[in-house]
Design a protein around this ligand. Structure first.
Ligand SMILES: *[C@@H]1O[C@H](CO)[C@@H](O)[C@H](O)[C@H]1NC(C)=O
Ligand SMILES: *[C@@H]1O[C@H](CO)[C@@H](O)[C@H](O)[C@H]1NC(C)=O
Length: 268
């Protein structure tokens, strides 16, 4: 699986059309950039319900983004995934690794993008909560995600797993099967320097992972999780499409947002 950011695709390659789902969403917001939309490239098909908190965000039955279950009526995703749409036009599908079989659908009810989300500033704070109209029934293979401790840091070089239905190459459709790809955590300064020539910034509340040829995120992986030992450490935000050597994907650092997540859930 390759996570990539459509944003960079547009800037770097100038291919405005090479965008799917999540990218289109950001496109509508800015009319300028395709926006972040990482998907997974390379990697392996997930067998069994090994990632029981992972959900597919869909518009008109098409996968656009990833997400994870926070509680029975709320999921965590990227702000760029929900910005352009009414909450009620987003469907969350849980309980299946395959997009075309099984799974239970829930309509979105209310969306809460992070108030500091800023597409003009390299999609800073690209994180959001989507409340659902109908509750998710927890059962075997469907449980809420495990959040990290507030402020927890991860050493560069640590291996983390990105999970999603994102396409295997820029501009392609989502994959029907859920994929997982193992990626190394990349030093934040190195990541920042990598994107500096493109006028993109990486922030302290983000994590970079990947930069391995043929292994990473791509279109449709945005909003999806980065796990270490089944604990969510990151939410896919943006990157250069897809899975190119030396171009890591940027993830929101979830340990920085656990208080915001809790406050948002408590007050709505
Ligand atoms: C991609 O999805 C669209 C819409 O579902 C479909 O019409 C098209 O045939 C798909 N393309 C490929 C290569 O599968
Ligand atoms: C990224 O680089 C910019 C420009 O050099 C700098 O202002 C910013 O502080 C850097 N971000 C991090 C997280 O180091």
């Amino acid at each position: 699986m390759t996570l990539k950011v459509v944003l960079l695709v547009n800037i770097v390659l100038g291919c405005a059309q090479a965008v799917i789902s999540g990218i289109l969403r950001t496109d509508r917001e800015s009319n300028q950039f395709p926006g972040p939309d990482p998907y997974l490239v390379g990697g392996e098909i997930v067998t069994d319900r090994f990632f029981p908190s992972v959900v597919s965000l869909q518009i008109n039955k098409r996968h656009v983004c990833g997400g994870v279950i926070l509680q029975e009526d709320a999921i965590l995703t990227a702000a760029s995934c929900i910005q352009g749409d009414y909450a009620s036009s987003i469907q969350v599908v849980e309980g299946s690794n395959q997009l075309d079989v099984g799974g239970t659908e829930h309509k979105g009810h209310e969306k809460f993008p992070h108030p500091g989300y800023d597409i003009e500033k390299s999609w800073k704070n690209n994180i959001a909560i989507l409340k659902l109209e109908t509750p998710i029934k927890f059962r075997w293979g469907v449980v809420p995600v495990k959040l990290p401790e507030a402020g927890a840091e991860i050493e560069p070089g640590t291996t983390a797993s990105a999970v999603g239905w994102g396409s295997q190459a820029a501009g392609e459709n989502a994959t029907n099967d859920l994929y997982k790809v193992d990626l190394p955590i990349v030093d934040l300064n190195v990541c920042n320097e990598t994107y500096h020539p493109y006028s993109l910034n990486v922030f302290d509340n983000e994590i970079c992972a990947g930069g391995v040829e043929g292994e990473g995120t791509c279109d449709g992986d945005t909003g999806g999780p980065l796990f270490i030992d089944n604990e969510i450490v990151g939410i896919a935000s943006w990157g250069k499409p897809c899975a190119e050597e030396s171009f890591p994907t940027v993830f929101m650092k979830v340990s920085h947002y656990v208080d915001w997540i809790q406050e948002t859930l408590d007050s709505h």
